[in-house]
Design a protein. Structure first.
Length: 455
């Protein structure tokens, strides 16, 4: 028939077994509509001769058995890629196959017409892939490689998925120049963890170095059930996240990437689209609010009037963000912008009237919780405004004109927000909520020079 019969499951891409093809249900979860037979990743570096540096390559291979009609949806894949100062990430070597046996053993290869790209915004695109000829009984495979010059953008690896997973494995080939912190969520133990150093060296231009090869793996994982109270599956689904913490220069010396919360607050205040944006608003406040009568108004009245002014005049464009996505001049002209544009404008206008107002960055529902031991900007995706008045704290968001001025959108009801003040680490509780799920987070570090994995 053209497939291997001597084993239950095959971990080789392009190879299916008789058992995989004839299985009618997954024995550990008979109700599953599909099961991931394997999900394998390999993260490694290659020389970038154009930029005289390195590129990070993230290869993924996945094989899925479709058991029910409702499982056919898992033949559609969406892969986001990002743009930055060094250009766009890319996706290479896309291969896919659908295997069937109901009309004899057939292989349907992925065609280029079933691969297309969709723009999300100026810096995000989504590659969409649809395997064809998929039905209950099919086995599908997909392989692709993400290539990025952005080492801070190493993808999170999900061992667990919304359908059962029989085998999930990630291989990471570390080189001595990039040191990462690893955050393991949803479990305190991996089924597989090894670290080895091959004897052979790799040469790129005048550099000679050895890789350290790390293997992370888990077997026989149940489907993740998305309960209603869960704010973000990233907080509960078993996964490992990677944060670039230090860069070691090949010619000597190193630079810390992971900072402190007070230092990170200072970085926000120096940013053109955050702290400097607020200062620009303060300078132009009288012009922006011309015609708004605030004289002889109390601080409380000023807060309400200014908030309602922003809500009524400026429209939220539907995009979240902790930074303004356009400069102040363009925003005032367009009268439309993202969360950062609107709420940083609000902060600046309040400050111009002598009101103690500070931006607060947070992570919205669905974006995941913040790791308090890791001061990284990318944990945050939203900004609101905190006002201190008469020994009271008021939290403001001007993106929704239908909400009462001091009511936050539901998406902001997470846990903690970081108040951005100079050289400060001050957290504010956005919502106090008790979860019935025990969450374990482990901080671990891998140093490719010492071959150490530290928890």
């Amino acid at each position: 028939m053209g497939f291997a019969q001597e084993e239950k499951y095959s971990l080789d891409f392009g190879r299916v077994t008789q058992y995989e093809m004839v299985m009618k249900e997954y024995e550990n979860d008979p109700d599953a509509d599909a099961v991931i037979l394997y999900n394998q990743g390999e993260y490694f570096y290659s020389g970038n001769y154009e930029q005289d540096g390195f590129l990070l390559r993230m290869k993924k291979q996945i094989k899925i058995k479709i058991l029910k009609q409702s499982g056919v949806q898992y033949a559609n894949f969406e892969i986001p890629i990002f743009n930055g100062n060094s250009g766009w990430e890319s996706i290479e070597s896309i291969e896919g196959t659908t295997y069937n046996i109901d009309q004899g053993f057939t292989q349907t290869k992925l065609e280029t017409r079933n691969i297309f790209e969709e723009k999300v915004d100026d810096d995000v695109r989504v590659k969409k892939i649809a395997l064809s000829d998929v039905r209950p009984g099919s086995v599908i495979e997909l392989s692709y490689t993400i290539v990025t010059p952005y080492f801070f953008n190493m993808r999170r690896w999900y061992f667990q998925q919304k359908i059962p997973v029989i085998f999930s494995h990630l291989k990471y080939k570390a080189i001595p120049y990039y040191e990462y912190v690893y955050i393991l969520k949803g479990t305190d133990k991996l089924d597989i963890f090894t670290a080895t150093t091959p004897s052979s060296e790799i040469q790129f231009r005048n550099l000679r170095y050895r890789e350290v090869i790390y293997n992370f793996g888990m077997n026989n994982l149940p489907a993740f059930k998305d309960e209603e109270f869960i704010s973000s599956i990233d907080d509960y689904m078993i996964n490992i996240n990677f944060q670039l913490s230090k860069f070691h220069h090949p010619n000597g010396g190193s630079r810390d990437i992971m900072t402190t919360w007070p230092a990170m607050c200072d970085e926000f205040l120096k940013n053109d689209y955050f702290g400097k944006y607020i200062k620009d608003v303060e300078k132009q406040a009288s012009k922006i609010m011309s015609g708004i009568e605030l004289k002889d108004k109390s601080a409380q009245e000023k807060i309400e009037i200014i908030t309602e002014f922003v809500k009524s005049k400026y429209r939220w464009n539907g995009f979240s963000g902790k930074f303004a996505d356009v400069n102040l001049k363009d925003f005032l002209k367009q009268q439309s912008g993202n969360t950062g544009n609107i709420n940083l404008l609000l902060a600046g206008l309040l400050k111009s009237e002598g009101i103690e107002a500070y931006p607060v960055i947070l992570s919205t529902r669905g974006n995941g919780t913040i790791s308090f031991s890791h001061p990284f900007q990318h944990f945050f995706n939203y900004v609101i405004v905190l006002v201190e008045i008469d020994n009271r704290i008021i939290l403001l968001d001007a993106t929704d004109p239908l909400l009462y001025y001091a009511v936050l959108p539901e998406k902001c009801m997470n846990v903690e927000g970081l108040v951005i003040k100079p050289q400060s680490e001050e957290w504010i509780t956005i919502q106090q909520k008790t979860s019935s799920t025990l969450q374990k987070n482990l901080k671990s570090e891998i140093n490719p020079e010492t071959n150490a994995f530290r928890i």
